[in-house]
Design a protein around this ligand. Sequence first.
Ligand code: CO
Length: 167
Amino acid sequence: MLSELIPQTRFSCGPSGFETISKLKIPYSKLVNISHIEHIGIAVRDLEAAIAFYEKTLGLQCYATEEVDDQKVRTAFFRVGGTKIELLASTTPDGPVAKHIERRGEGVHHIAFAVDSVRASLAEAEALGVGLIDHEPRKGAEGMEIAFLHPRSTLGVLTEFCAQPGR
Ligand code: CO
């Protein structure tokens, strides 16, 4: 049905950068279904110092810290309206966040979008040609299921899908 279709612009990297190559119509049901920004991940060297800045200068309150073995990080969470800030400090010198800081310094590390089902959204993104870092959901902080898309497919932004498990 026409009302269920929205125009989708596809881009390809040509000699002059990104160029529009075609306009496709893709059914809504085939697009990744994002509800909101769940959190923004920020890579920091010193978690305690970063928490102090967020609390004492920005006036936000850290409501949880958690070590996530899978990603070799310690995290600290702050609520900001309907979304969160997730501070990430590496627990090992060779962890992904330590490598990110080596290459790019401290700063924004990823954006996490809330989805209904990480598995379904990964499949939808992959079908639309997005490169994936994680082909299966894995366990993130706060008991969430998470998965990362490859930044080369997402205009340089490391992009996470996350959802409450069992959905
Ligand atoms: Co995250």
